[in-house]
Design a protein around this ligand. Structure first.
Ligand code: GLN
Length: 199
């Protein structure tokens, strides 16, 4: 089976692990650098990005993660995970850092007041039909740089999903609705990368 890590420092780790398992992958909960060894791909879950950042430094896993991203490991970040993948962050707190990798700017907690959390059906480039998406104190992608590609937007034009090479990021949580197709997209990247390394 494909070995897919779920960064398990904080956040909705179990939901991602359940989806990966349902897709036939082996979900590996990752807290320590050595648990990254031999992974085929990685999920960065939703949660609180500043906490995940802080813990990643305490656990000494920040630099190993950055090295794997630079090396082309397929990674999917949801919500706080998207924030971690962004090269630029608006609204960072406490000297919060990102891992980077996606040529985008992300604004934290971009939906204020009453619409702090909501559900909607989205069209995503490359996925047939609608995708049920849950937004929880979600970030918005406010700049999509030349290296990245927007693959979903809200009706008002706000970009909520991007990809770049082997990196995929969404503002929303598909795992809360049992939606599997974005994780399948991650697994496709993993298979393609594995195939390429055998040639
Ligand atoms: N607001 C959180 C953050 O800034 C993200 C929320 C989420 O992951 N659902 O990290």
């Amino acid at each position: 089976a494909l070995r897919i890590g779920v960064l398990a420092l904080q956040g909705d780790v179990r939901e991602h692990a359940a989806i990966l398992t349902s897709l036939g992958a082996e979900a590996v909960l990752v807290r320590r650098p050595e648990q990254l060894d031999g992974l085929d791909g990685l999920v960065l879950p939703g949660g609180e990005s500043s906490v995940i950042d802080k813990l990643s430094r305490i656990f000494g896993i920040r630099e190993p993660l950055r090295a794997l991203i630079a090396d082309g490991l397929p990674v999917y970040g949801t919500c706080a995970g998207l924030i971690l993948l962004a090269d630029e962050l608006e609204g960072a707190i406490d000297g919060q850092l990102t891992l980077g990798g996606l040529d985008v700017t992300v604004a934290r907690n971009a939906f204020g007041g009453q619409v702090e959390s909501f559900e909607t059906d989205l069209l995503i480039d490359g996925i047939e039909g609608e995708v049920a998406a849950t937004f929880i104190r979600a970030p918005l992608i406010t700049r999509v740089g030349a290296q990245a590609r927007a693959i979903a937007a809200l009706p008002d034009g706000g970009v909520v999903a991007v990809e770049q090479g082997n990196l995929l990021g969404t503002s929303f949580h598909p795992e809360m609705n049992g939606e599997t197709r974005l994780h399948e997209r991650l697994l496709e990247r993993v298979r393609r990368r594995r195939g390429a390394s055998l040639v």
